[in-house]
Design a protein around this ligand. Structure first.
Ligand code: PHE
Length: 340
């Protein structure tokens, strides 16, 4: 037994740590309820009285040695914990968390909103899931009319009356149904068409619709409003051109081009050497549409226009592939952060 005790003395003497976990293990091993000293005192009970005297002393010394060691190491363990704290360098730069950037579609949408706000246009939104009335019928698309095929529609299978809106013109109807003229508002939003996805087409994209209803609104007002927009959005010397077109809900209807902002109208690859690039559809609101919304078409007239935000963004930044807008590639998205 003496030998065993001597070995333990040695172990205690040699033990060293700065780790509080290791020190606690050491304490449990020697002084714990099922520790070595407990075992030794049990064994001690079986000794003869002569031996007890000597070994008892030894065991007490061993116990004290273990306790002393623990007390002594405790100080240095605590010291090292507090010196770890002292090591914190408050002058170090903090970990930098990068902020995201605004999406180019949102940047251009916000710019469109700002430009029309300067002309007194307010902003409204409508639902992306629409009924036939607001997306088609009230906009003067008769049932079975081939014009419905101009826009490949996602219908809800169980209910042909419900579809994903194909254009933001539905918000024209919702606004005219609930607001008395004069109305001067724009409607930004996402629209859906059942088209094969390619560099030039997607099954969803974004539009901004505009609507101006008042007494004596003329085609000249339409032209001047859109010319102002084009100059503000692109460049002060931008020209516009209106080509006759067809939409069921406007009469007359037009397609608007702007002078190519890459070559200034001289002709280049971007404008296919025409000097012009298409930007939006527009026209005078068809009297039938006004009547469908309870507005007296003999008293009021107005104009409407609708533009694709992706298209406008492409004209501004020459993005070659529409799919880039929805791929979440931050190498692409980051390039727009400081352009406005
Ligand atoms: N809604 C039409 C489209 O999506 C655009 C448009 C809006 C045309 C308003 C005329 C007036 O193609």
């Amino acid at each position: 037994m003496k030998n065993k005790v001597n070995l333990l003395f040695e172990e205690i003497n040699q033990f060293a740590t700065e780790n509080s976990e290791a020190l606690e293990q050491f304490r449990i091993r020697f002084l714990g309820r099922k520790g070595l000293l407990q075992d030794l005192f049990e064994e001690f009970k079986t000794l003869s009285n002569d031996q007890k005297k000597e070994v008892g002393q030894l065991l007490n010394q061993l116990k004290n040695a273990a306790q002393d060691k623990i007390n002594q190491l405790k100080e240095s363990v605590e010291g090292s914990a507090s010196s770890e704290q002292a090591d914190i360098d408050l002058t170090k730069p903090v970990m930098f968390r990068e902020a995201g950037t605004r999406h180019p579609i949102n940047l251009v949408r916000n710019e469109i909103i700002r430009i029309f706000a300067r002309l007194g246009f307010t902003v409204s939104e409508g639902p992306e899931i629409e009924d036939d009335w607001h997306n088609f019928s009230a906009l003067n698309f008769p049932p079975e009319h081939p014009a419905r095929d101009m826009q490949d529609t996602f219908f809800i299978e169980k209910d042909p009356d419900i579809a994903l809106r194909t254009h933001t013109s539905s918000v024209q109807i919702r606004t005219m149904e609930t607001t008395k003229p004069p109305i001067r508002a724009i409607f930004p939003g996402r629209v859906y068409r059942n088209e094969a996805i390619s560099a030039r087409a997607h099954c969803f994209f974004h539009q901004v619709e505009g609507l101006y209803i008042d007494k004596n609104v003329s085609f000249a007002d339409l032209r001047q409003t859109l010319l102002y927009f084009a100059k503000e959005m692109f460049a002060a010397d931008t020209q516009i051109r209106l080509r006759p077109s067809y939409f069921p809900f406007t009469e007359p209807s037009a397609e608007m081009d702007i002078s190519c902002n890459l070559c200034g109208g001289k002709g280049c690859g971007f404008c296919k050497y025409t000097g012009w690039v298409e930007i939006l559809g527009c026209g005078m609101v068809d009297p039938n549409v006004l009547e469908n919304c309870g507005i007296d078409s003999k008293v009021y007239s107005g104009f409407a226009f609708g533009m694709g935000i992706e298209r406008t963004t492409n004209l501004k930044y020459q993005v070659k592939d529409l799919r880039m807008f929805s791929e979440n590639d931050i190498r692409f998205l980051r390039q727009f952060e400081s352009s406005f």
